[in-house]
Design a protein around this ligand. Structure first.
Ligand code: NAI
Length: 233
């Protein structure tokens, strides 16, 4: 028996990185997986094949988290394909580390659209299905960057993730009475394509602050998220 047997999970931005590790861990616990990413390319197709090889139903959908119409459409499609939606992980996100003087208005708007509005859009789109079922678990992936400004970190990334923390607390309050749990996982620095782009200088500054002396792994995050997704939580 897996912790998530019979459940269907949506994981956004799961073609690679933390989202993919969450999808794999969910599949190992018996969940069927619908995942989204900007494009379903060879890499994303391979993710779907890896998931299917674990004996669950899995499908990747091209969908832009920053666009509400895309989001509403893909959620309808997933419900049609899978018949139920029990778990939503809002993982899709982007980062840049520009300072206020360097950041363009377009870059600000895009990061807010993906990291903050994207979470709201997905929650709004799954709500009718979870409300009807009177159950569900939503997990939003946020960041310790939302708590403490760092001299080399980006103003916009931290602000967008702080908004996700607030959204999570508010939604937990509003949706709890409907049987829907809403939690956030606030990750510290995790090894992924996102952190591979760091400069050596920034990496060295971050490493000084990590008592374990290593970055976290996507699997570390997935282990916590699977508990929150399960009925054990
Ligand atoms: P990543 O860059 O490896 O993966 C992000 C995924 O999201 C990619 O597959 C990408 O194509 C997808 N994506 C980006 N924009 C999208 C959009 N508009 N619509 C749909 N999909 C989109 O990054 P990583 O590290 O796996 O990050 C996953 C989440 O974890 C993000 O929300 C990130 O902010 C958060 N996080 C990451 C940390 C880290 O140190 N890596 C620390 C704290 C939070």
């Amino acid at each position: 028996m897996g912790l998530l047997d019979g459940k269907t999970a949506i994981v956004t931005g799961a073609a690679r990185g933390i989202g993919k590790a969450i999808a794999l861990k969910f599949a190992a616990e018996g969940a069927n997986i619908a995942f989204t990413d900007l494009v379903i390319d060879e890499n994303a197709e391979n993710t779907a094949k890896e998931l299917e090889a674990m004996g669950v139903k899995a499908k990747g959908y091209a969908s832009n988290a920053a666009n509400f119409e895309d989001t509403a459409k893909v959620v309808e499609e997933i419900h049609k394909d899978f018949g139920r939606i029990d778990i939503l992980v809002n993982n899709a996100g982007i980062q840049n580390r520009k300072k206020v003087a360097e950041l363009s208005l377009e870059e600000w708007d895009r990061m807010i659209a993906v990291n903050e509005s994207g979470v709201f859009y997905m929650c709004k789109a799954v709500l009718p299905f979870m409300t009807k079922a009177m159950q569900g678990s939503i997990i939003n992936i946020t960041s310790t960057a939302s708590k403490t400004p760092h001299p080399n970190a980006a103003i916009c990334y931290g602000a967008s993730k702080a908004a996700v923390t607030y959204l999570t607390k508010h939604l937990a309050m509003e949706l709890g009475p409907l049987g829907i749990r809403v939690n956030a996982v606030q990750c510290g620095p995790i090894r992924s394509d996102m952190t591979d782009q760091w400069t050596d200088e920034y990496r060295a500054a971050v490493m000084k602050k990590i008592p374990l002396g290593r970055l976290g792994t996507p699997e570390d995050v997935a282990a916590g998220v699977v508990f929150l997704a399960s009925d054990e939580a």
